[in-house]
Write a protein that binds this ligand. Structure first.
Ligand SMILES: [Zn+2]
Length: 156
C-alpha cells in the first residue's frame, strides 16, 4: 500500500539518519546503513543512492529546491486492484512514504529545525502548521534567547 500508518515516522527517521552537528551519518558506511535499514525491516541496498535521496530531501526542506536522484520504482497491483510500490529496498520504501505524504497534503508539515546546531527533521502536527522548532523547550527557547541577545546587542 502506498499509505502506511507509520510512513511519517519512517520519513522523519530517515531524514534524521544524519546528525549534522555531531557529524555522524548512519548512512555513511555499510555497517551503519545495514543496522538502520534492517531494524526497520528494509533491505539495505544502494547505500550511496539512498544517502543522496536523503540529502536531496533535506535540501528540499531547507530551500524548496533540490534534484532528487532517479530511483527506479516497481509498481505492482495488489489483489484488491490497488497499485502500490513494490520492493522492500530502503530508498523505495522511503520514497513510497514520501509520495504518500504528498498525496495526503502532508509534505508541507515536514520541517527541519532552523537551530544551526540541531537541524533535526520533525513533523509539524500543529493546526496551522506554525511550528518552527523541533521542540519548544530545547531549540525553541535557545533560539529565542539568542535572537533576544542579538536584538539587545544591536540596540545597545
Ligand atoms: Zn531543534
Amino acid at each position: 500500500m502506498l499509505v502506511v500508518p507509520d510512513d511519517v515516522a519512517l520519513v522523519v527517521d530517515f531524514l534524521n539518519t544524519v546528525d549534522v552537528d555531531e557529524g555522524a551519518d548512519l548512512l555513511g558506511d555499510e555497517d551503519g546503513y545495514q543496522g538502520w535499514a534492517t531494524h526497520r525491516g528494509l533491505r539495505p541496498t544502494k547505500r550511496e543512492l539512498t544517502r543522496r535521496v536523503r540529502d536531496a530531501l533535506r535540501d528540499l526542506l531547507v530551500d524548496g529546491d533540490a534534484a532528487i536522484p532517479r530511483v527506479p520504482l516497481t509498481v505492482q497491483v495488489a489483489p484488491d486492484g490497488v497499485p502500490h510500490i513494490a520492493g522492500g529496498d530502503a530508498a523505495d520504501r522511503v520514497l513510497a512514504a514520501v509520495l504518500g505524504l504528498v498525496d495526503r497534503g502532508e509534505w508541507q508539515r515536514l520541517k527541519l529545525c532552523p537551530n544551526p546546531v540541531c537541524l533535526e527533521a520533525f513533523y509539524d502536527r500543529s493546526k496551522n502548521r506554525s511550528r518552527r522548532w523541533c521542540d519548544m523547550a530545547g531549540c525553541g527557547s535557545t533560539m529565542k534567547a539568542r535572537a533576544y541577545r542579538q536584538r539587545r546587542r544591536r540596540s545597545g
